[in-house]
Design a protein around this ligand. Structure first.
Ligand code: NAP
Length: 473
């Protein structure tokens, strides 16, 4: 079926199309229009023209639009999840969980829309401030270009669309080429709300054409990007003076201290390492476990991973399905082979069976192996033994990335020390680094990005703070 763009509140025909394939069944799901530079400009113009009406909405009106959107996702929960499973091969139970989070994300955005305030400035605290009355107001920044990845095609889009609407901005969304149907479904839902015409637009097509046109347009005031570091760095280099928020990759690490009850944590570690086939920016990629509990952890972790059900992503019992592209599975296998050649032991998995790359656990992995030092973005996790927590902290910090890290420990001093020393955007104590709820500040250091998401934090990046000073003398 040929899909259309959503532009200026209308469905618009494209000219060139590419076929969208299901990563799991390989069936053709739809024909996706590929926007030209000219069509991206039309979307930007529509968003630019909608700015005054969008900026004129009251906080209550913006909140009501977002609440309505959250309700529409509730009403269409199953359909929205099935689209994610079909185009992204995300097992349906995880896709349903993503829609539940999407609903929460839009609800938080609605709440934050009502809390957007400036601040009073104590002008007379300075010698020259007597008789002056100062405060800041927040104003929408304007047109926002949102560029999103394939792995959470609704919730990570919600982390851009929600705050943009809450702040009174207009948006042009470019979804990942593998997950355009979720973005077009979002447009169908948004079309049912009172969002002004032109305030939300979706253009599908390649990163190079659509992404570039957004990044280089003078009318776009901010690019909010979630994706790989290579693309993110390229965007920053081209964006000139426009604001850029980058949510990038990582090779998240977890430390397991002696005294940890292994039975309590194994199931969490399996979810953290293998959900959505490890294609999660804070998927557990490296586990550093203290000698005293290493044998028990490894034995139970491997046994639990081997119980995961591989199958069709649309089946409720499925834990693992195909990765996003066949060539990504080949890459994953090659990286495992490279680690093995450097001395790693493959405890389970490591190969492709019936078109699916198996959940893989490696032991004794050299720190320079790609599966350890690069972002693996596959169901592969490395387990290494450590003889001190300090060794684990240093190993986690020996990385180009720093998004989140986790530590399981019963020792309060160890937890405090780790939380200070780990070079990451967030430290999760007594849980996996994959832990996230949507209102918390979320964003990395080093090559994991700049800027924070989490509704309140993203909204503050999407407004101008303007100073007003009254001379009362
Ligand atoms: P990706 O290849 O970087 O693509 C992300 C988006 O950028 C897609 O829409 C892509 O379009 C677009 N793009 C590609 N080239 C571009 C260019 N030259 N200019 C502008 N846009 C361009 O990432 P992905 O494979 O979809 O997602 C996986 C990555 O996202 C991982 O690194 C993961 O860690 C990261 N991620 C980070 C977070 C976080 O919050 N920190 C969350 C989720 C994912 P096409 O699809 O058309 O190429």
């Amino acid at each position: 079926m040929q899909k259309q763009f959503y532009l200026n509140g209308e469905w618009v025909e494209g000219q060139g199309f590419i076929e969208l394939y299901s990563p799991h069944t390989k069936e053709v799901l739809a024909q996706i229009p590929q926007a030209t530079e000219e069509q991206v400009k039309q979307a930007i113009d529509a968003a630019e023209a909608a700015r005054p009406v969008m900026a004129g909405l009251t906080a209550l009106e913006r909140a009501e639009i977002l609440e309505h959107l959250a309700q529409l996702f509730k009403d269409n929960r199953q359909r929205a999840a099935e689209i994610i499973s079909l185009e992204g091969a995300k097992p349906i139970k995880f896709a349903l969980a993503e829609i539940d989070r999407t609903i929460e994300t839009y609800k938080f955005a609605a709440e934050e829309a009502k809390r957007l305030t400036g601040e009073m400035i104590p002008m007379d605290a300075a010698k020259g401030g007597a008789g002056r009355f100062g405060y800041t107001i927040t104003q929408p920044i304007g047109v926002i270009g949102a560029i999103t990845p394939f792995n959470f095609p609704q919730n990570l889009v919600a982390h851009k669309v929600g705050p943009a609407i809450a702040a009174g901005n207009t948006i042009v969304l470019k979804p990942a080429s593998q997950t355009p149907l979720s973005a077009l479904f979002l447009a169908e839902l948004i079309a049912q709300t009172n969002l002004p015409k032109g305030a939300f637009n979706v253009v599908t097509g390649s990163g190079r054409v659509v992404g570039d046109a957004l990044v280089t347009s003078d009318k776009v005031k901010m690019i909010t990007f979630t994706g790989s570091p290579a693309v993110g760095i390229g965007i920053r280099n081209k964006a000139g003076l426009k604001r850029v928020a980058l949510e990038l990759g990582s090779n998240a690490g977890l430390i397991i201290d002696r005294g940890t009850n292994i039975d309590d944590i194994v199931a969490k570690c399996v979810v953290g390492a293998f959900s959505n086939q490890g294609q999660v920016c804070i998927s557990i990629q490296r586990i550093y476990v203290m000698e005293e509990v290493a044998d028990e952890f490894i034995e139970k972790f491997v046994a639990a991973a081997q119980k995961l059900k591989v199958g069709n992503p649309l089946h409720m019992e499925t834990d693992i399905a195909a990765m996003i592209h066949a060539d990504e599975q080949v890459r994953a296998q090659q990286w495992v082979e490279e680690a093995a050649a450097k001395g790693a032991e493959v405890l389970t998995g490591g190969s492709i069976t019936d078109g699916v790359f198996a959940p893989t656990i490696l032991h004794n992995v050299e720190s320079h192996a790609k599966v350890s030092c690069q972002e693996v973005f596959a169901p592969i996790v490395s387990v290494n033994r450590i003889s001190s927590i300090e060794e684990g902290i240093q190993a986690i910090n020996d990385s180009n990335y720093g998004l989140q890290a986790g530590i399981f420990t019963q020792d309060i001093q160890t937890a405090f020390a780790a939380s200070k020393k780990l070079e990451v955007g967030g430290v999760i104590i007594n849980d996996i680094p994959t832990y996230r709820v949507d209102q918390m500040p979320y964003g990395g250091v080093k090559e994991s990005g700049t800027g924070k998401e989490g509704l309140k934090y993203a909204i503050h990046e999407m407004v101008e703070s303007k100073l007003i000073v009254w001379n009362q003398a």
